[in-house]
Design a protein around this ligand. Structure first.
Ligand SMILES: [Zn+2]
Length: 170
């Protein structure tokens, strides 16, 4: 049985940075706190978002991980890659904190500290695909059918984005 391996994925990070700047304001100051990795070896998902465990934070200095199936990535066109990464980024939620802004003389919300694990959470899908992702990329999963053999043990789209009960979501 072929082994499973991981590798840092700067190509995924590049796509993600662009998306964060455009669509994910709560992640902009946390770019360096998200680890992006290719996963080699078969899996029944194309991408996965994960909140780090305490040990993973200790080992990597990251708060959040995005994993992408390396074979799926190779099979995807640029637009589909962007949709996949956008989808995973949509899973990350961040608390905000209310504070009194002395200058403006009013209460204002600010993102909770990026380096505090308690600031971060995982968001479930709002629809079968995140509505934001559909707005930005269309119903991109249709393109995914072409690399379905790479993820064949999934009974398909529903499983590609199946959320796992653990602290990671597809
Ligand atoms: Zn998902």
């Amino acid at each position: 049985m072929p082994g499973v391996d991981f590798e840092e994925a700067p190509a995924v990070r590049d796509v993600a940075v662009d998306l964060m700047n455009k669509h994910h304001p709560h992640l902009v100051d946390a770019k360096d706190l998200i680890g992006f990795y290719f996963r080699y070896g078969s899996s029944d998902w194309a991408g996965k978002a994960k909140k780090c465990t305490a040990f993973e934070r200790h080992m990597t200095g990251k708060q959040l991980f995005v994993f992408v199936n390396a074979e799926a990535w190779q099979a995807l066109k640029h637009d589909q890659r962007a949709a996949l990464v956008d989808h995973e980024l949509c899973h990350f939620s961040r608390k905000s904190e209310r504070h009194y802004d002395d200058e403006q003389q009013r209460w204002a919300d600010a993102w909770a500290p990026a380096d505090d694990a308690d600031s971060w959470g995982l968001r479930e899908h709002d629809v079968e695909e995140f509505s934001d992702v559909i707005k930005r990329h269309g119903l991109w999963e249709q393109g995914i059918e072409q690399f379905a053999q790479a993820v064949r043990n999934a009974s398909y789209q529903a499983d590609l984005f199946e959320d796992y009960p653990a602290k990671s979501v597809g």
